[in-house]
Design a protein around this ligand. Structure first.
Ligand SMILES: *[C@@H]1O[C@H](CO)[C@@H](O)[C@H](O)[C@H]1NC(C)=O
Ligand SMILES: *[C@@H]1O[C@H](CO)[C@@H](O)[C@H](O)[C@H]1NC(C)=O
Length: 367
């Protein structure tokens, strides 16, 4: 029998070891960074002189505060559900004055509604944070965090972070197809335009790697031709716009191929393709299976399919946001966002390639 003193001291030792292994983990709660457009913007545009904004009611009607925040949703958006899954607080927009001190260590959201892969996308929205500038801000962020915790820990924080990037839809909707005979559509055939976008996107994704990102979730575009706005503008009988659907069907597989190439180039799984097109098609094609009464009519808007103009206090507003797949003419409802993130987390390889987020989190927690 061990003496009580030895027993006690080994108990203390075990306790110290257990705490010791807990402490760095608690400190290392993963940072999360978001880049992209309105699907993931959580309020940066509130601070900018632009018409691309979601800072007035009824946006945010189902957010915990029941107030608009700049998210293009009735409630939570895709980054919010990912924050919940990681176990961290909702991110602050990078331009928020509250984002300083310890809060910087949670990460930041750099996304800006209206932007695209190309600088000329969304020019009509004037002052928005284009992709190259979101990445410049990410560099600035790292300088600020370095001043706080030093260069080495900053690098660890960035290397260990989860990154989400959602961009590309606007390069079609708010550029190539914005007006008939747009500059880009006269310059490029659709297949050539898609190739050009993919090659420009590759540069941005490479720069993200160079800035230290190592776990990057990259979403494809949704069914561009099926959103209420396009049904209102282009559809006669409620069928999706064939031209926009063709754009998405050319773009998404090439994006996945490009990510595969980058992964083999780096010899590591850095980029994870999220098949948002398929996730959205699931509930678009079979809304009732997801508890939606419609996937064609937006909850908030006006005109056919509530698809015209902006969602404002004067718009039609549905009573139960949970039974609508689309909140406004372009953006999924909170309920649809929840489904999308469930697939990001737990989807099969048809949804997440080469693996889903829960697998990534499990792998990383072991190393
Ligand atoms: C966008 O503009 C920035 C700043 O002028 C420039 O550095 C960058 O190369 C441009 N990107 C593209 C794709 O033209
Ligand atoms: C995705 O996540 C689930 C649940 O964590 C897991 O069982 C499944 O094997 C994963 N699928 C793939 C293809 O990684």
């Amino acid at each position: 029998m061990a003496s009580p003193i030895i027993f006690m001291s080994s108990l203390v030792l075990a306790l110290v070891m257990a705490l010791g292994s807990l402490a760095p983990q608690a400190e290392a709660a993963r940072a999360f960074f978001v880049f992209g457009d309105s699907l993931v913007d959580n309020g940066n545009n509130n601070y900018l002189a632009t018409t691309a904004r979601a800072d007035s009611p009824p946006y945010g009607i189902d957010f915990p505060t029941h107030r608009p925040t700049g998210r293009f949703s009735n409630g939570l958006n895709i980054p919010d559900f990912i924050s919940q899954a990681i176990g961290s607080e909702f991110l602050l927009p990078y331009l928020s004055p509250q984002l300083n001190g310890q809060r910087l260590l949670d990460g930041a959201n750099f996304a800006s509604a209206g932007i695209g892969i190309l600088n000329d996308t969304g020019f009509q929205f004037a002052n928005i944070i284009r992709m190259f500038q979101q990445l410049d801000y990410f560099e600035e962020y790292q300088r600020r965090v370095t001043a706080l915790i030093g260069a080495q820990r900053t690098q660890q924080l960035v290397n260990g972070a989860i990154i989400l990037i959602t961009v590309g839809g606007n390069d079609f909707v708010n550029n190539y197809y914005l007006v008939p005979y747009s500059v880009r559509s006269r310059q490029y055939s659709l297949p050539d335009y898609v190739k050009f976008l993919i090659s420009e996107y590759k540069k941005l994704l490479t720069r993200l790697y160079d800035l230290g990102a190592r776990r990057i979730l990259v979403t494809g575009t949704g069914p561009l031709g099926c959103v209420p706005a396009e049904l209102a503008m282009r559809s006669r009988n409620g069928e999706c716009s064939a031209e926009l659907q063709r754009a998405a069907s050319l773009y998404n597989p090439q994006l996945t191929r490009m990510l595969d190439q980058l992964n083999s180039q780096y010899g590591s799984n850095i980029y994870f393709a999220s098949n948002t097109g398929r996730m959205t098609a699931d509930f678009f094609n079979n809304p009732s299976a997801f508890g939606f009464v419609t996937s064609k009519i937006a909850c908030c808007g006006q005109g056919p399919y509530n698809g015209l103009g902006l969602c404002t206090p004067a718009s039609n507003l549905c009573a139960n946001r949970n039974v609508y797949a689309f909140w406004d003419p372009y953006h999924p409802s909170e309920r649809a966002n929840r489904y999308i993130v469930e697939q990001i987390l737990r989807g099969t390889t048809d949804y997440m390639s080469p693996m889903n987020l829960s697998t990534i989190l499990a792998l990383d927690s072991r190393t």
